[in-house]
Design a binder for this molecule. Structure first.
Ligand code: G3P
Length: 217
């Protein structure tokens, strides 16, 4: 499973990228707002660090506006994936932009039917939002499984990009189901390294080691 980091914070992207943990980046209008930076400037900087797809989101609500914004965002770098919302206009924009050979990430997906339409419209990525479904007491991970089954039934090449990931557990569950990509905040990716038994075991080793009085270097 590819790891995308869901942030517009350069320091976080750089740290994970240096560890080989970043296959791409996703941003959205809220993350751009949090960064406090100009969308084109920060996206260009991200693209100079990360070789993989960097999603930049359109904000127009009509297809013509999304297409114009998508073409403009695509000028930033060759690895831009244009993000459009899963509305009827977003699907129209997806079809036009993907026919032009551009990567398109269709976002704000909350149902298998929406994912089916995005694949028909030529989406490179479909972004089902796990955490926001869980927030409503629905099963976000079940949606990932449904989309996996449908795409595999018909050989759709659209990649399932599990989004709105809130926990390390979400990462392993998405990987078990076979999501192609998971995008998560840097803190969630780092939390995947944590285990209480690792901490406990290390603590015991350190106490025993100290009692030997030895040094390795
Ligand atoms: O990739 C979409 C993601 O940014 C949404 O996450 O936690 O705001 O639902 P969240």
């Amino acid at each position: 499973m590819k790891f995308f980091v869901d942030t517009a914070e350069i320091d976080q992207i750089r740290e994970l990228h240096d560890l080989g943990m970043v296959d791409g980046v996703t941003t959205n209008p809220s993350l751009i707002m949090k960064s406090g930076r100009d969308i084109k400037e920060v996206t260009k900087e991200i693209c100079s660090i990360v070789e993989g797809p960097v999603s930049a989101e359109t904000v127009a609500l009509d297809s013509e506006g999304m297409i114009a914004e998508g073409r403009e965002l695509a000028k930033i770098a060759d690895n831009i994936a244009i993000k459009v919302p899963l509305t009827w206009d977003g699907l129209k924009a997806c079809k036009v932009l993907s026919d032009e050979g551009r990567m398109v990430n269709v976002t704000l997906c909350f149902s298998a039917n929406q994912a089916l339409l995005a694949a028909k419209a030529g989406a490179t990525f479909i972004s089902p939002f796990i955490g926001r479904l869980d927030d409503l007491n629905l099963d976000g991970m079940e949606l990932i499984a449904d989309i996996r089954e449908i795409y595999d039934n018909y050989g759709f090449e659209t990649q399932i990009l599990a989004a709105s990931i809130r926990s390390a557990n979400h990462m392993s569950e998405a990987a078990k189901i076979g999501a192609d990509v998971a995008t998560a905040p840097a803190a969630v990716i780092k939390a995947m390294a944590n285990h209480v038994l690792t901490d406990k075991g290390l603590d015991a080793f350190m106490k025993d080691w100290a009692s030997t009085g030895q040094k390795i270097v």
